[in-house]
Each structure stands twice: as structure tokens, then as C-alpha cells.
Design a protein around this ligand. Sequence first.
Ligand SMILES: [Zn+2]
Length: 142
Amino acid sequence: MKIICPYCTSINNVPKKEEYKKVNCGKCKKSLLESKAINIKSEFIDKILSNSDIPVILDFWAPWCQPCQKMKPVFEEVARDFALKALFGKVNAQDEQFLGTRFKIKSIPTLVVFKNGKEVKRISGAMDDEQLTSFVNQFINK
Ligand SMILES: [Zn+2]
């Protein structure tokens, strides 16, 4: 399955397994088992959406938005729990206004879920750890 490296955004081909002992990015050599949320820019959004075989969860946020700030560490933490299962991306809606327009974001924070490059779900409002984990879990390929 195609996995986008959260560190260098290169495309990796990772065999689908029940469990992984060691998976490293072919380009930057960082462990893909230690995931993190990517800062999404409009230049590479399409590369990510069309080359990720795992669901992509985008968080549209802005620096001035209080609930977004509260959710930021939650998003980062949950992103680590979903290494090789879901890719988490943060979109700064203030800097990336083009993306806000393209995905018709009306309020923030808004989470948009993509599977195979297509939007399957969106939800607005901040979430805690537990809520975000169970939200993302419903999109994971079992
Ligand atoms: Zn990499």
C-alpha cells in the first residue's frame, strides 16, 4: 500500500501486514511507525490525496481560533497512534486560503476525511482525544 512519509512527503510502498516491526521511509530513512501530523501546503495536497492508500484526515485551523489551539496537541497525539493507518494533515486556513476555498471550509476547526482521494466525511468543532480517536477509527480499513 502507498504511504506518504509524514517527514518528507515522499511516496513509500509498504506491504500490508497485521503488525510491523520496522518500516523506514525509503528517502529520509525516518521510521514510518512514528507518525506525526504533516503541515499541508497547496503545492502538494494533490500528491498526498492521490497517493495515500490510508485515509487522510485534514484539520483546517487558524492561529486566531481558540478551539483550534486547544485541539492542536490532541491532533498531534492521535496522529502518532494511527501510524500506517491514517495520515493526519494540518491546514493553516489563514496561510492556505486557496485550500479553504477549494474545500469550501465555512468554519474552523473543521476535519475533512478523504479515502482514495475522495472526501467521505467532514465534521466541525473541536474534539478531545477520545472523540477524535473514535471518529478516525470508523474510517480505518480493517
Ligand atoms: Zn521520508
